[in-house]
Design a protein around this ligand. Structure first.
Ligand code: GRF
Length: 209
């Protein structure tokens, strides 16, 4: 059974969706860099071990990442799932977990990397918006996309409603991708990413119009 660690910084609604999904893998631990994060309560309610590793207590990014790396190794983790983890990871850490670490980003990557995606989509007047699950590489929000949830932006849509609707989609696609990795439906191989034993050329799309 695949051992999964989830890294969080905030509310943890994606963590909750993963807990509720009854995955084929086991969430063996949750790492959080913020002691006040509600995500910690969600993990504890589900009987999952937690580790609070506060970035502020370390002199630099590498030192913080080394402690996280050690914790992940102690838990024998196979898959690292970033779920609202608000720290940029060092190149060394990313390299160590390459092909074993995924993230969810609230935009249709490669569009709108970085922050404030919903507002930027509204400012541009895009018709479609959504979220992307992708492997993590050294390039911010730049690794291969595995799945996207797509929705249509409503006329005069408010940023909060849009954010909420994207969040709901996240809770659908993230557990699905994690399950696909647990069941080896998605595999990261030396020849690239495979989906159902075929090279994955584009992300699986989930549409909600
Ligand atoms: C989500 O919007 C996700 O796309 C982004 O961080 C947020 C996490 O939300 N990476 P939550 O903590 O899972 O509720």
């Amino acid at each position: 059974m695949m051992k999964i660690a989830v890294l969080v910084s905030g509310s943890g609604s994606n963590l909750q969706a993963l807990i509720d999904a009854n995955l084929s893998g086991q969430i063996v631990g949750v790492i959080c860099n913020k002691p006040e994060a509600y995500a910690l309560e969600r993990a504890q309610n589900a009987g999952i071990q937690t580790a609070i590793i506060e970035h502020k207590q370390y002199p630099n990014r590498e030192a913080f990442d080394d402690v996280m790396h050690q914790q992940l190794c102690d838990w024998n983790v196979d898959l690292v799932v970033l779920a609202g983890f608000m720290r940029i990871l060092s190149a060394k850490f990313v390299k160590a977990w390459e092909g074993k670490m995924i993230n969810i980003h609230p935009s249709l990557l490669p569009h709108y990397k970085g922050m404030h995606t919903h507002q930027r989509v509204l400012n541009t007047g895009d018709v479609f918006h959504g979220c992307t699950v992708h492997y993590v590489t050294a390039e911010l929000d730049g690794g291969q996309a595995l799945a996207q949830g797509v929705l249509k932006v409503a006329q005069n849509e408010h940023v909060e409603t849009l954010a909420k609707r994207v969040h709901v989609l996240e809770h659908v696609i993230y557990p699905q991708v994690v399950e696909w990795i647990c069941t080896q439906t998605i595999q990261h191989t030396e020849h690239g990413v495979m989906y159902r034993d075929q090279p994955m050329t584009e992300p699986v799309q989930f549409c909600k119009f």
